[in-house]
Design a protein around this ligand. Structure first.
Ligand code: ADP
Ligand code: ADP
Length: 237
């Protein structure tokens, strides 16, 4: 397997309905891959399957493989909690915990066993800096996360995902609930973050895909029908 993160003949079913059909897709390092296609074509299902989030839906089942560093993530023995730290997810609607800004970020590292306050402080600051939120919140870290604007909450959710040092970030329409200014900030952030990790993003917005992605994967009725460099896909008829 030449690529350390890829899918091989990945199919996702809801009951007997095949929502994602034998998809083979590789995600190179330091790139953004945009998943596009009409509503209902399987983009979210495919995205959510990459960190086994789709397992939470009782009717859902999977065939095929997801390879990361030579391991098959679809194997039953996969530790999904650990996996979801390595492959972080940010949803369409910002979903901060009902906790302070600080504890939204510190929660994951604490769960992983980080106990020293100084170390947690450092992780909170560096995660918020990476998500371009530090300057806006550094004086109110102990306020409720729910007091933040929608755009700030979404960057907080990105910071929360980053706090456990993921290798891959999955973004499901991360800006579609945001105003244009906040959308621009999230897009800038994505471009900055890809220097450190791989990003896979579902978007309805073609212009957004063209602006921020290196590769585009076009889904249609569950199948991957086109995949290539974004520049080629958006310039060739
Ligand atoms: P979007 O395409 O904007 O992500 P959807 O309407 O496809 O929104 O999905 C919203 C939620 O509803 C998802 O959690 C999805 O799993 C669920 N959902 C979508 N279609 C069905 C369906 N046919 N039966 C049950 N749940 C569904
Ligand atoms: P997209 O993200 O491209 O809008 P989805 O992955 O949400 O597509 O949905 C793909 C197909 O799977 C659709 O036909 C949808 O109705 C169906 N689907 C999505 N979620 C569920 C679910 N939880 N249960 C049953 N069917 C679902």
């Amino acid at each position: 397997h030449p690529h350390p993160f890829s899918t091989e003949d990945l199919s996702i079913y809801y009951g007997s309905f095949e929502a994602v059909k034998k998809v083979n897709l590789a995600f190179p390092e330091q790139t953004v891959t945009a998943l596009i296609g009409p509503s209902g074509c399987g983009k979210s299902t495919f995205l959510r399957s990459l960190n086994r989030m789709n397992d939470e839906i009782a009717s859902s089942s999977t065939t095929g493989h997801i390879w990361m560093d030579g391991q098959d993530l679809t194997a039953p023995e996969t530790d999904v909690i650990k996996l979801r730290q390595q492959i972080g997810m940010v949803w369409q609607r910002p979903n901060p915990f009902y906790k302070s800004i600080y504890n939204n970020i510190a929660f994951g590292p604490k769960y992983r066993g980080v106990r020293k306050k100084k170390q947690l402080d450092e992780i909170v600051e560096s995660s918020l800096r990476k998500a371009a939120l530090w300057d806006e919140v550094k004086d109110r870290l102990h306020d409720s996360a729910l007091a933040l604007s929608g755009g700030q909450q979404q960057r907080l959710c990105i910071a929360r995902a980053l706090s456990v040092e993921p290798k891959i970030l999955l973004l499901d329409e991360p800006a579609s609930a945001l105003d244009p200014v906040s959308t621009g900030k999230v897009e800038e952030l994505i471009t900055e973050l890809k220097k450190e990790l791989r990003i896979v993003i579902v978007t309805h917005n073609m212009q957004q895909a063209a602006r921020i992605s290196d590769y585009t994967a076009y889904f249609y009725v569950g199948s991957l029908v086109e995949h290539g460099k974004t520049n080629d896909i958006f310039t060739n008829p």
